[in-house]
Design a protein around this ligand. Structure first.
Ligand code: UGA
Length: 456
C-alpha cells in the first residue's frame, strides 16, 4: 500500500535518454509513476516519440511504446517542463571523456544548475551519471547557494548495455549515498516499487526473468557511492587486462588461456567472470571510467599505476590481433580481410571505442583491403571507420573472397553460422577468433586455420 500511495504522489523527471536514462524512465513509467523524460537532442527525441529507442537494446521499445500509449511517460526537450511538480529528479546525462582523459561534467552541472533554479523546493536530486568522486559535494554547494532545499543522492548505475532492462530489474546491488536519510529512503522506496513488479515488467518487455539473483540495497556516504561506481568498472577492466596479459604469455608458452582462466576462476575468491581474454574492452564505460579515475585521483595527488597498466594493455590488444594476422599472412598489404563485429560487445548497437573498429582501421592503414560487417552497429561505427574499410550489409556477402576472417564481436549470428559454408565462401583459410568464442577444433574441421588469443 505504501508503494501505491507513493506512486500516486510522486512525479519523476529523468534527464538524458541514453542507456541509463531511457531504461530508468521506461521502467518507472511502466511501474506506475508519472515520468517526464527530458532529452535535448531533437533528432533523438523525435525517434523516441515514435515509440522507438535510437539505439538497439532488447525489450526497451516494448516498454517505451507502453508508456507512451498509457501516457505515463511524457517526452520533452524542456527542462522546466520536465521539472514541473517533480518530487524526484534523476540525472542520467552523458559524461564523455575529454582528450586528456578527465571527465567532461558540463551536462551534469547544467542539469544541476537548472534544477537549483526550477525544481520544486525539497525535491530529491538523484545522480545516476558516472561522476568523479567529489562531484556531489560541489553540486550540494550549488543547491545551498541557490536557496533551493533540494536534496542530493548519489545512486550509481550498474546496468550493462545489451541487458539493461534485466540488469535493472535484477541488480546485484542498489547503492544509494547521501547526507539526508529521508531522501535516500525515498529513493530506495522507488526501487522497492519496481522490485515488487519485476517479473511482470520483464514479461511486458518481452524478456525472460532472471532467477537466483539476490539484490542488496547498500546505503553509504555520498563520496563512497561515487567511488563505488568507478571502482567497480576499473576493477572489471583490470581483470580483463590481466587476462589479456596472461593470454600473451600463453601464446608464447603453448598454454591455453581458456583452460587457465577456467581453473583460476573456479577459485571463488577470484571468480570466472571478466577473465575472458581477446581483443580487449571497449564501449562508453570502461575506457572512459578508467581514464577518468586516473585523472580524478591525480587531482587528489594519488597515482594509479595499476590502472595505467590496464589501459596500456588494453590499447595494445587490437594491434596484437593485427600482428597475428600479419604473422600468418606474411604481409597485410593488399590482403582481403573481413572483420566481423563492430559493436563493442554483442547485444548492442554501440560502437564507441570499439576494438573491432580499431582492428579494421589498423589493418586498412597497413594496406589491407578490409570489409567489415555488424548486424546492428554499422551506422554507429561508420563515423570512426577510416577510408580503406568498406562496410557490408550482410554476413554472407561480407565473407566472400576473404583471405582471412577476424571475429571481433561474439554475436550469435556469427557463432551460429555454418563454418563449412563460411570456409567455402573465402579465398583463403585463416580464421582469427579475437573473442575466443569458437571451438578451435570445429573451425579446423571446417578446413580453416584457427588462431585465438592465448589459445593453443
Ligand atoms: C559496464 C559494466 O559492466 C556495468 O556494470 C556498468 O554499469 C557499465 O559499464 C557502465 O558504467 O555504464 P558495459 O560497458 O555495458 O557495462 O559492458 P560490459 O559487459 O561490462 O563489457 C565491457 C567490455 O569488456 C566489452 O567490450 C566486452 O567485450 C569486454 N569484456 C568483458 C572482455 O573483453 N572480457 C570479459 O571477460 C568481459
Amino acid at each position: 500500500m505504501t508503494h501505491r500511495r507513493d506512486k500516486q504522489r510522486t512525479k519523476i523527471a529523468v534527464f538524458g535518454a541514453g542507456y541509463v536514462g531511457l531504461t530508468t524512465a521506461v521502467l518507472l513509467a511502466c511501474a506506475g509513476y508519472k515520468v517526464s523524460l527530458v532529452e535535448t537532442n531533437d533528432e533523438r527525441l523525435s525517434v523516441l516519440k515514435s515509440g522507438k529507442s535510437f539505439f538497439y537494446e532488447e525489450g526497451i521499445d516494448n516498454l517505451l511504446a507502453e508508456g507512451i500509449k498509457n501516457k505515463s511517460i511524457e517526452l520533452t526537450n524542456r527542462a522546466d517542463e520536465g521539472m514541473r511538480d517533480a518530487g524526484v529528479l534523476f540525472s542520467c546525462v552523458g559524461t564523455p571523456d575529454k582528450p586528456d582523459g578527465s571527465t567532461n561534467l558540463q551536462y551534469v552541472f547544467d542539469v544541476a544548475k537548472s534544477a537549483a533554479k526550477q525544481a520544486i523546493s525539497g525535491a530529491v536530486f538523484v545522480q545516476k551519471s558516472t561522476v568523479p568522486v567529489g562531484t556531489g559535494d560541489k553540486i550540494e554547494k550549488i543547491f545551498s547557494e541557490s536557496g533551493n532545499k533540494l536534496k542530493y543522492v548519489s545512486n550509481p548505475e550498474f546496468l550493462r548495455e545489451g541487458t539493461a532492462i534485466i540488469d535493472s530489474l535484477w541488480p546485484d546491488r542498489v547503492v544509494v549515498g547521501g547526507n539526508d536519510s529521508t531522501a535516500t529512503e525515498k529513493i530506495l522506496d522507488i526501487y522497492r516499487t519496481i522490485d515488487s513488479q519485476r517479473d511482470d515488467l520483464a514479461k511486458r518487455a518481452g524478456l525472460a526473468p532472471r532467477t537466483n539473483v539476490i539484490s542488496r540495497s547498500i546505503k553509504t556516504g555520498l563520496n563512497s557511492a561515487e567511488l563505488i561506481k568507478v571502482t567497480s568498472n576499473a576493477f572489471l577492466a583490470l581483470k580483463i587486462s590481466f587476462a589479456n596479459s596472461i593470454a600473451k604469455l600463453a601464446d608464447q608458452a603453448n598454454a591455453d588461456i581458456s583452460e587457465v582462466m577456467d581453473a583460476v576462476g573456479a577459485d571463488s575468491r577470484i571468480a570466472r567472470s571478466f577473465l575472458n581474454a581477446g581483443r580487449g574492452y571497449g564501449g562508453g564505460c570502461f575506457p572512459k571510467d578508467v581514464s577518468g579515475l586516473i585523472s580524478s585521483a591525480e587531482e587528489y595527488g594519488v597515482d594509479m599505476p595499476l590502472l595505467v597498466a590496464a589501459t596500456d594493455i588494453n590499447d595494445s590488444m587490437p594491434r596484437y590481433i593485427a600482428k597475428k594476422l600479419e604473422g600468418a599472412l606474411g604481409t597485410l598489404k593488399n590482403k582481403n580481410v573481413t572483420v566481423l563485429g563492430l559493436a563493442f560487445k554483442a547485444g548492442t548497437s554501440d560502437a564507441r571505442k570499439s576494438p573491432g573498429v580499431a582492428i579494421a582501421n589498423i589493418i586498412a592503414a597497413a594496406g589491407g583491403v578490409v570489409v567489415a560487417y555488424d548486424p546492428y552497429a554499422l551506422k554507429e561505427a561508420k563515423k570512426d571507420i577510416v577510408r580503406g574499410v568498406s562496410l557490408e550489409f550482410s554476413l554472407e556477402k561480407a565473407v566472400v573472397g576473404a583471405e582471412a576472417i577476424i571475429v571481433a564481436t561474439d554475436w550469435p549470428e556469427f557463432l551460429e553460422y555454418n563454418l563449412s559454408v563460411l570456409a567455402k565462401s573465402m579465398s583463403g583459410s585463416l580464421f582469427i577468433d579475437a573473442v575466443n568464442a569458437f571451438d578451435p577444433d570445429m573451425v579446423r574441421r571446417a578446413g580453416m586455420q584457427y588462431l585465438g588469443v592465448g589459445r593453443r
